[in-house]
Ligand binder design. Sequence first.
Ligand code: FES
Ligand SMILES: [Fe+2]
Length: 468
Amino acid sequence: MTSSATAGPRGFRGYERRDVPAPDPALTHVGPNTPCGEWLRRSWQPVAMAIELSDLPLPVRILGEDLVVFRDKSGRTGLLHRHCSHRGASLEYGIIMERGIACCYHGWHYDIDGTLIDTPTEPTARIKDRVVHGAYPTFEFAGIVFAYLGPPDLTPPFPEFDTQAIADTEAVPFSLVTPCNWLQVYENTQDPVHVVYLHTRMTGAQFGDASGAEQEIEYRETPIGMVNVQTRVWKGHYWTRVTDSILPNGNQTGAIWEAADHRKVFQRSAMLRWMVPIDDTHTMTIGWRYFRAELDPQGLGDASKVGKQSIDFIGQTEEERSYEDRQRVPGDYEVQVSQRPIALHALENLATSDRGVAMLRRLIRRGVHGLASELTPRSYAPGRDGCIATYCQDTVWPAPAQVGADSLRTFGAAVVETLLATAHDPQESRRATLSTMLSGRFGDGIEPRCAPPLHPDTPDHPATRTGR
Ligand code: FES
Ligand SMILES: [Fe+2]
């Protein structure tokens, strides 16, 4: 038998490091009257997929509030406080009416704005004049119900982003619950370093080999939040991916299985989603998965797998695989949930790989602290085509034979600076400007000869390797 008790003086410090500090309340607590919770409430938040609304009410919990969402018989959506204003029975057992919903206990009947329409047990109308039930405004867009839970006089316009208006795109709503704090789900999207390790090198390629190439990364603020800019060389091409954080809690991500093996300019996002806190220790990631031919030339995606608690790529839910599979090939879900119900920032050792996470936390802290001085509704400035410009994209461009880190940084910076400079232009014009800039600064190059795309049935295909 060997003993490890004689190891060096720096080791075996478990006894001294057992204390568990409290989480950072300013960034992680989301209930009513918490600073971060109030900040998140100043923006429209997705609360359910339209497909979840049936002839029965749907109980939801958003930002620590117990609510019920429903579609009344005249087709309007409502989001009400869950407990009836009479004696608190849950409106999840309510009866959906032509107009609004009625509590099953004594029939109090509410409109979608919380107006008490009828109290069948009461002989006079006095109580109706006195009681208004808690309700929030909703807006249904492309199969997702959004709601505004903030102060009514600061209701912002409903935001429409440029990537929601791309032709020949199938936008499939999805909703996934992760049992941990919203911030660790959100900040994962500003941690591009994990793509190389978690998703590629540690247990095999989950999203294609190109993701494992060394990258140069920079982070930039944008008018809507921040981006990370990842630039690699792969198969004779530069590949610059830009990933959006749309504050307070939105994200856009590029093609899930980007092969980066032929020239493309300004290929837009494969997913627009929000990490909506259910409460301090549960998060709903809800948004649209975008399907468009250019995003998935090898046909690895599967719209039929996208929906409630399901999506067509690995590592996003507990249900999709056995515990052993998740231990052998962990994904985003495993790392996020295992950071604890609320990650403890005081125990972390942030390093150079965490510059994006640190910057995102700084921006959130700035937003939370600035809340008191926000006297006008928060809105994003629309671009020339009426939509809000976003920055998420992939550009792949022929590279010279020898490319060093400086060249990668220069290429990535040129791409993101052009994206920022053209934010107010229509999308096609942004693409043309980017193309012209790349030709001028980096040459048109000769398209390198690449292997043809693998068919999904071949053994080396990424989907085959990850068992999906
Ligand atoms: S508790 Fe709802 S009507 Fe009485
Ligand atoms: Fe990830």
